[in-house]
Design a protein around this ligand. Structure first.
Ligand code: NAD
Length: 238
């Protein structure tokens, strides 16, 4: 039984990290066009750095921690091993901190930097600025967060499409279904005859493409679904 799970900002909402669709298309009071495109970075790198440094700083706040939904997915992975793949659009590190291993962060990570010149990726140890020097090519001014911005190509697409084409169950959690290509994953899973499930606070834009959907907070729905899955699996074994 192969399961592919896709998560979005909604799974981290109850950990205290804002989504943006719930805030009228604003992410922490900023328009996407101002902070999450390559053009925004060219136009105003200082603003973009300030925005992502603040998001990263928020992750270091003691109050921010993985919630029951992140942890339930770790339990599922423990049972399924390599038959489980978690794809996240999130750039926070809550899945990693929860202990997920088979994880593809398709939109990058707040914890990493990317040099625009030499493409070197590294861990961010102090806030990034236009003065940050690339440790690999030593050029200044090109360091950016390793975040896949709008109009950029997400990571791991080949692996993701291969996993979707061979999965038995595809579950989408806490994502509005607006951001492509992730919004199109359910269609690929349907083509592969997988059973498709949406767990979201409200019906997403892709809601009608799922065979099964449940509405409610991720901290309730995800542990519930995982528990039911484990129970059915145990019964099948006996
Ligand atoms: P989104 O903000 O567009 O949509 C969030 C979805 O989650 C909504 O449909 C909402 O109804 C649902 N939701 C809200 N609270 C929930 C809860 N408690 N339980 C279950 N569902 C809940 O998010 P998206 O679809 O992931 O797209 C946003 C893009 O912005 C992504 O590419 C992501 O990289 C980025 N982003 C990331 C973070 C993060 O890393 N935590 C936060 C904001 C934005």
């Amino acid at each position: 039984m192969k399961i592919v799970v896709l998560t979005g900002a909604g799974i981290s909402a109850e950990s205290g990290i804002s989504t943006f669709r719930d805030n009228n298309g604003l992410w922490e009071q900023h328009r996407i066009e101002d902070v999450a495109t390559p053009e925004a970075f060219q136009r105003n790198p200082k603003l973009v750095h300030t925005f992502y440094n603040a998001r990263r700083e928020q992750l270091d706040n003691q109050a921010i921690a993985p919630n029951a939904a992140h942890l339930a997915l770790v339990e599922l992975e423990k049972v399924l091993g390599d038959d489980f793949l978690l794809i996240t659009q999130n750039v926070d590190d809550l899945h990693q901190r929860a202990g997920s291993k088979n994880l593809l962060a398709m939109h990058g990570s707040l914890r990493e930097s990317l040099c625009s010149y030499c493409k070197h990726k590294g861990l961010v140890k102090s806030p990034l600025s236009t003065d940050t020097v690339c440790p690999a090519c030593t050029k200044k001014g090109g360091m950016r967060p390793n975040i896949v911005w709008f109009n950029e190509m997400p990571y791991y697409l080949e692996e993701i499409y291969a996993a979707l084409a061979s999965c038995d169950i595809f579950i989408s959690i806490g994502t509005s279904g607006n951001v492509y290509p992730a919004a199109g994953f359910v269609a690929i899973a349907n083509e592969a005859k997988a059973h498709t499930i949406e767990l979201n606070l409200e019906p997403s834009n892709q809601n009608s493409n799922f065979a099964e959907h449940h509405q409610g907070p991720a901290t309730k729905l995800v542990p519930q679904w995982v528990e039911a899955f484990m129970r059915d699996r145990m019964q099948l074994k006996h």
